[in-house]
Design a protein around this ligand. Structure first.
Ligand code: SF4
Ligand code: SF4
Length: 138
């Protein structure tokens, strides 16, 4: 069932909404806006686990981290990574072949698309500009 091609984000049930997240963890990394570029860094939220690539305290994330933004259909936008499933659906684009709803395997995202294994939890004093890994336009 390809509910994500048949409904808008606002029409998704809670279960469908939750299932859309691919677990990449990229929205939890530090990205810097410079003119029309978004600079991508290997630094992540202090709660983002390098071992799992997941939030280590998802249930309490908003209480623990003031910057942690709750996604909703209205605020999904270009502040999210280009591969974010919510952004892709909102923009009417297809999910990538490695998304679990497409391939049926939740581990595929960790074969080069998630932050697992390379993200570094941000600590006070760290300079994101010294941890750049790439950029996105727009
Ligand atoms: S607290 Fe929020 S930003 Fe930080 S790792 Fe968890 S979900 Fe991501
Ligand atoms: S970038 Fe999007 S798909 Fe990836 S973890 Fe964040 S919300 Fe989920």
């Amino acid at each position: 069932m390809t509910f994500w091609t048949q409904k808008t984000l606002a029409q998704l049930s809670n279960t469908e909404w939750e299932s859309l997240c691919d677990g990449c963890g990229r929205c939890c990394t530090v990205r810097l806006r410079r003119a029309n570029l978004r600079l991508l860094t290997r630094l992540g939220c202090p709660l983002l686990s390098p071992e799992t690539g997941q939030c280590s305290d998802y249930a309490n994330r908003h209480e623990r981290m003031a910057h942690c933004k709750a996604l909703n259909p209205e605020n999904v936008g270009d502040w999210l990574p280009r591969t974010c499933a919510y952004r892709l659906v909102k923009e009417g684009k297809p999910l990538p072949e490695w998304h679990h709803l497409v391939c049926g395997d939740r581990e595929r995202v960790h074969e080069g698309y998630s932050v697992r294994g390379w993200v570094v939890p941000m600590e006070p004093g760290m300079d994101p500009m010294k941890h750049l890994v790439g950029h996105e336009e727009g």
